[in-house]
Design a protein around this ligand. Structure first.
Ligand SMILES: [Zn+2]
Length: 479
């Protein structure tokens, strides 16, 4: 499959990747910004970028299929991309003797000029993608022009929730753990009802313990209502439980703020300690849920090389990586063999972040569905806590360093502050900083960004939402 070829050598990093792709995808030429005489790089102002106060530049680019080529059959004709300004290369010169397949705001980006397909876009379009048309066109090119057999698409999506119902840090720092429990139980209840209504399976990476004065306590004892909701979902066949380690802290018991914000539980652990943590987590999940965990994700995806994954693999658990780790070359992309375990990688394929606004658009997902690219997407809640945090930090960046307002803003960006309180506070601050009209527009837009809309869009696009373990099984049997 094209996307795993693209990343087989370790993600986007690079010239190596570009040249490798050039060799491995017959007839396809990727043009990086600034590396060809035949094109011109994107110029400021060519797409309608707006700089939001304190946030990175955002824009809306209309991507259009300008061709009735058979390569483009089954694809949506037009997608309005929302997010940071895409790093496209416009192919005007190549287009003069070619056939434009995709244009961005009217300028050619993907052009067929036989015997070549020219792509003015990075070949890595997972994680935080800007060009949804790339993979379906590549797939069509491979089968129709290069005569290669490609896999039929049966698109699967795995939606995973980490840190629910709570991490050690949240349990320790909450002023009222019972309130936290009720809030999280309500969230899990909403997810469960959605899963049952829409025939969706969801996966939860569960962290099992928290440090106490004389050892470790069980999260399940402090969050009983939430655990009851998880068990209901599990009994209904809508939820799957995996292990998210034991304490979610690198330095359990150290109450200094810098220690409490370091969640890389496994990064310093030797083989023996790693085994202990994984066994404790597994044992507690078996006790609380009656089943062994179906997968493993280290807190902050922080695996100690040569230690953590092999230890987790002994318990038949699937280890999960982030898209950032794929991009930095630390792990293989989804479907490729992980050298540490000799099993298929189950790395995530999309992440909350720059492209998130597109994830509620069914047409966006339709492109990936046509190419058969799996969705593996992680969230911490049903409203997008990460996104809200990103907006809040963006606002804080525009405020004076030592000001009270800045401290207030940053205090809102805490996992233990309920989402509605952070949203209200951020709204007040936004009114202060950017004016009422824009603050309303901003928060109406943010408020729509819940995971139900993302899952609904994926379902409309033809994805089947399955458990993490089912996605893994499909990759293992694909060969
Ligand atoms: Zn976590």
């Amino acid at each position: 499959m094209a996307f795993s070829t693209a990343a087989a050598d370790g993600g986007v990093e690079s010239d190596r990747l570009w040249s490798r792709l050039h060799e491995t995808v017959p007839g396809v030429v990727f043009i990086a910004p600034g590396d060809s005489k035949e094109e011109r790089p994107i110029a400021e102002g060519q797409s309608r970028g707006i700089r939001r106060d304190g946030c990175s530049a955002e824009c809306r680019v209309v991507l259009t299929l300008t061709s009735d080529s058979t390569l483009a059959s089954g694809l949506p004709k037009r997608i309005a991309y929302l997010g940071p300004r895409p790093d496209f290369v416009y192919l005007d010169e190549i287009a003069k003797n070619g056939h434009v397949l995709v244009s961005a705001d009217g300028l050619p980006v993907i052009v067929e000029r036989r015997p070549h397909l020219f792509m003015g876009v990075s070949p890595w379009q997972l994680g935080s993608p800007v060009m949804p048309y790339l993979y379906p066109l590549l797939k069509a090119w491979l089968s129709q022009r290069a005569g290669l057999e490609t896999m039929p698409a049966s698109p699967l999506a795995a939606f995973r929730f980490d840190d629910l119902p709570a991490t050690a840090h949240e349990v320790i720092s909450a002023s009222r753990v019972d309130e936290l429990d009720h809030a999280r139980a309500a969230t899990i209840g909403r997810l469960r009802r959605f899963a049952n209504e829409r025939g969706v399976v969801m996966s939860f990476a569960y962290s099992t313990h928290f440090p106490t004065a004389d050892g470790f306590g069980r999260i399940a004892d402090r969050m009983p209502c939430s655990v009851a909701e998880l068990k209901k979902g599990q009994a209904e066949g809508s939820f799957e439980i995996g292990s998210h380690g034991m304490v979610h802290l690198r330095h359990p018991g150290d109450r200094r703020p810098e220690a409490e914000s370091d969640h890389r539980e496994f990064i310093d652990l030797d083989e023996r300690a790693t085994e202990d943590h994984i066994a404790a987590s597994k044992g507690e999940i078996e006790r609380a849920f009656g089943l062994a965990p179906r997968f493993f994700v280290a807190p902050a995806w922080a695996y100690r090389q040569g230690v953590t994954k092999p230890a987790a693999a002994k318990h038949a658990a699937i280890s999960i990586d982030s898209t950032q780790h794929v991009e930095s070359g630390d792990c293989p992309p989804i479907g490729a063999t992980d050298p540490e375990t000799q099993r298929p990688s189950l790395a995530e394929t999309f992440r909350p972040g720059a492209s998130l606004l597109n994830f509620t658009n069914p047409d966006f997902w339709r492109c990936y569905a046509v190419a058969g690219i799996p969705i593996h997407f992680m969230q911490h809640s049903d409203v997008d806590r990460d996104r809200l945090g990103w907006v809040i930090r963006g606002m804080a960046a525009g405020l004076p360093q030592s000001g009270r307002l800045r401290r207030l803003v940053l205090a809102m960006d805490s996992a233990s502050t309920p989402a509605y309180r952070r949203a209200v506070a951020a709204f007040v601050i936004a009114v202060n900083g950017v004016g009422f009209g824009r603050a309303v527009a901003l928060f109406l837009r943010e408020a729509r960004l819940d995971v139900y809309r993302v899952m609904g869009a994926a379902l409309s696009a033809g994805y089947r939402c399955v458990a993490v373990s089912a996605l893994y099984e499909s990759l293992s049997t694909r060969g």
